[in-house]
Design a protein around this ligand. Structure first.
Ligand code: ATP
Ligand code: MG
Ligand code: MG
Ligand code: MG
Length: 489
């Protein structure tokens, strides 16, 4: 009797409702009124003011399934999508929270109970982790959590491992509530390792193969990270947990890949109908990869556009534009040469419109936006791909195997290719892109635009402070350039 994704989401929420939690609906994926964050990246985002004491909680305990996007800033999983089977740009994070109410013991005991009793995951496959401390931040090891794991669950001590800040200290961004965490990982067995025979590889928790997968993060909120970088202890302790729905569903439906579950297969099947190719679920296979990337990206587009993001040239809008153009170009791998992404919108709405009614309400708007954007990029895409091929062929014959920044800039400026798309295609051919030169050309273009604007303004007799600044100084320009040029190389 295999549970559907819908039933699994519901059983999580019901479990915590039975334990005194209030269902608090997911916040929008585009955080309104939070300039520190491009997109919601975890369940706790909407509660951060409660944790730092700025707002009083209306409930001592809460639970939900939060819409999350990890395509920018501190948490960016775009590069993993399609290459592995368990990192998505859009995913649902199941969560339960305590606002100054219960703490580590209950959080650990309930997570274990839900996984092993309700969902009946074999306890012998589960591993736990605790924070091992960090000298630089002056943070001690989480001895309390280490003790509790063996006290409130039957897990043997050798399956409770200590890790440092990277894995076991959770922060949503550069500032905000944070704390040490304990995680639960599942061992899917030696067959699940996708790095067999790679020299020096050993399978393990927080390792680099697909044998051990992180399922659930229990964060013990104890500090607030100040803009200065200092950690200030919070008066009231809290619990903030996050479990990836798509990963839990894969485990409970006995699938090797999140894409094989009922959260993705309907999208893949519809794509297959549209293009005539068959999905064969192989990792590292170009066609299969295209199916996975498209299935991932259309979910992101539906949720982000529903919540108010629109494709544009800066900030949030540029992230969305990049995702759409990337998906569109992967469509070419499946011989889809006409706009097709908008035809997948109803499939996403069918699957998730019950849990998130807003996507059903906005379906027509999303379809229109996606189709218009696809059509406009489609007009230059094939020509751009030709230009790219020429540049890549030339670069392949040079010793440094690098596509010149001038070519990347032409693709960006004339054909609408985001830099990371050019980089991705270069990478597929074992080539690099000269991003230094690209950045220089971008800068020159920006300065030209600024100068042009200034002379226009002078003509109109405006003073400098009266000049509109939004266009030449997009609010999220830093994020866009840094994540494109630094984070994604
Ligand atoms: P990983 O180490 O696998 O990248 P993480 O440590 O970055 O995960 P957390 O920030 O702890 O993840 O988020 C809580 C949970 O959300 C994870 O335990 C996982 O189940 C899920 N999750 C995180 N990132 C993704 C993603 N990109 N796609 C799907 N699920 C995710
Ligand atoms: Mg991660
Ligand atoms: Mg992790
Ligand atoms: Mg984690």
């Amino acid at each position: 009797n295999v549970l559907t994704a819908r039933e699994i989401r519901k059983s999580f929420i019901d479990f915590f409702l039975e334990r005194g939690h209030t269902f608090v609906p997911s916040s929008p994926i585009v955080p309104h009124g939070d300039e520190t964050l491009l997109f919601t990246n975890a369940g706790m985002n909407q509660f951060k003011d409660i944790f730092v004491g700025l707002t009083a909680p209306q409930w001592p305990r809460a639970a939900n399934s939060q819409k999350c996007l990890r395509v920018s800033g501190k948490h960016n999983d775009l590069e993993e999508v399609g290459k592995d089977t368990y990192h998505h740009t859009f995913f649902e994070m199941l969560g339960n929270w305590s606002f100054g109410d219960y703490f580590k013991a209950e959080a650990i005991a309930w997570a274990w109970e839900l996984l092993t009793k309700v969902w009946q995951i074999n306890p012998d496959q589960l591993w736990a982790s605790v924070f091992a401390g960090d000298e630089k931040d002056g943070l001690p090891k989480d001895e309390e959590a280490a003790r509790l794991w063996t006290k409130v669950t039957p897990i043997p001590p050798e399956r409770v491992l200590g890790f440092g800040k990277k894995d076991n200290f959770w922060e949503m961004g550069d500032t905000g509530p944070c704390g040490p965490c304990s995680e639960i990982h599942i061992d899917l067995g030696p067959d699940a390792c996708n790095m067999k025979g790679v020299p020096g590889h050993t399978c393990g928790v927080n390792g680099d193969c697909a044998r051990f997968i992180e399922l659930w993060n229990l964060v013990f909120i104890q500090y607030n990270r100040q803009p200065s970088g200092n950690l200030v202890p919070l008066a009231a302790h809290g619990v903030d947990t996050g479990a990836g729905l798509e990963r839990i569903v894969a485990v409970l439906q006995n699938k090797r890949s999140n894409y094989d579950t009922d959260l993705f297969m309907p999208i893949i099947e519809r794509t297959s109908e549209l293009c005539g190719h068959t999905y064969t679920a192989r990792l590292g296979n170009k066609t299969d990869n295209a199916f996975r990337v498209i299935a991932d990206h259309i979910r992101t587009l539906v949720f982000a556009i529903t919540d108010g993001a629109t494709p544009s040239n800066d900030g949030r809008g540029y992230v969305i534009r990049r995702i759409l153009r990337r998906a569109s170009r992967f469509g070419r791998e499946l011989d889809l040469h006409e706009p097709f992404l908008h035809k997948l919108v109803p499939v996403v709405v069918d699957m998730l419109g019950e849990a998130f009614p807003e996507i059903a309400e906005r379906a027509q708007h999303v379809t229109t936006v996606v189709e218009a954007e696809e059509a406009s990029f489609g007009r230059t895409l094939d020509r751009g791909l030709d230009i790219f091929r020429g540049a890549a062929d030339r670069a392949a014959t040079t010793p440094d195997k690098t596509i010149p920044g001038d070519d990347a800039f032409q693709l960006y400026d004339t054909y609408g290719f985001p830099l990371d798309l050019t980089q991705l295609m270069a990478q597929e051919r074992g080539l690099a892109v000269d991003t230094g030169r690209f950045a220089q050309l971008m800068d020159e273009q920006r300065q030209r635009a600024r100068a042009a604007k200034k002379s226009d303004a002078l003509l109109a007799n405006l003073t400098d402070s009266e000049l509109p600044t939004t266009d030449d100084q997009p609010k999220y320009e830093v994020d866009r350039c840094e994540s494109t040029l630094l984070g994604w190389i």
